[in-house]
Design a binder for this molecule. Structure first.
Ligand code: URA
Length: 280
């Protein structure tokens, strides 16, 4: 694994096992695939281990799903997600305006501004969070506070720059006191996120946190049961769930599980990209 990525993992307090043979031969610009294979999420310290010992240690704790199983890892909900035909027809500029000026739910009265989303509008990865917090509400950009710093580190550990992904929230307006979103608020706001997903057309969604995951998957299952597997949204979009960075700041012991989710996401992304390449 290249030293930069290893440093990020260390910065996250994530312990890494690395194959000694790979450590010696991998160049800094190696493709993501090599580092995914070299990282073992459940390890307990930063170590290099001899190849002979590796087969037991480096196997990811979550078996990477087969492409043919993509649709069956979790059952898509049969409920019809909220739809807004006007929003569903919008282009980027209209959508940005609509979010910034939205008054569809009571949150517009208490927010500083609508927080649209940020990043590459043609990104292959889309990161979905819950709602703006105080920093995001004042700066107008998602994930700019402490949780955002950790999210950036998580992305860098995956070999991704913040600018390479598109980041958006389920809610575009801050709930007062960062309380959980209410159903009327998510119903009013979800069409914006759905349109963002359609416009970006990412290969894979990475959903961070219980609230965003439960909202998108229309379930009340705990996040411990939602993470570590591939989901399919009713729209057919593949999505991996992991813990919210704010939760990881409070519960650093869960970072290892979160890293396992990120490894699964990288593996899944690679599979989907290969599948798409083969189909063309
Ligand atoms: N938490 C989120 O879910 N989104 C943000 O933008 C910031 C914190």
């Amino acid at each position: 694994m290249d030293s930069r990525r290893l440093n990020y993992l260390r910065a996250l307090d994530i312990d890494v096992w690395e194959r000694r043979d790979l450590a010696v031969t991998q160049a800094a610009s190696e493709p993501v695939r090599a580092s995914v294979a070299a990282v073992a999420p459940p390890a307990v310290a930063v170590h290099q281990v001899a190849p002979a010992a590796v087969s037991r240690v480096v196997a990811p704790p979550v078996a990477a799903p087969k492409v043919s199983a993509l649709r069956t890892e979790s059952k898509p909900s049969t409920r019809v997600p909220p739809r807004d035909d006007a929003v569903a027809a919008m282009g980027w500029d209209q959508l940005v305006d609509a979010v910034r000026t939205c008054t569809k739910c009571p949150l517009h009265a208490t927010r500083t501004q609508g927080v649209f989303g940020v990043g590459d509008r043609k990104a292959r990865w889309m990161i979905i969070g819950e709602a703006p917090g105080a920093d995001e509400d004042s700066q107008g950009e998602p994930f700019v506070g402490r949780a955002g710093q950790l999210l950036n580190s998580m992305l860098r550990a995956m070999g991704l720059a913040r600018e390479q992904v598109f980041i958006a929230n389920v809610l575009k307006s801050r709930p007062p006191g960062n309380r959980d979103p209410r159903v009327d608020e998510t119903s009013a706001c979800l069409p914006y996120l759905f349109r963002q997903i359609e416009l970006v057309n990412p290969t894979l969604l990475l959903c961070v946190g219980r609230i965003a995951a439960q909202t998108l998957l229309e379930t009340d299952m705990p996040i411990g049961k939602l993470r570590g597997k591939l989901h399919t949204l009713p729209s057919g979009r593949p999505m991996i769930v992991t813990y919210h960075p704010a939760y990881l700041l409070r519960s650093p012991v869960e970072k290892r599980k979160s890293w396992a989710d990120l490894v699964l996401a990288l593996q899944t992304f690679e599979r989907l990209s290969n599948e798409a390449r083969q189909a063309t």
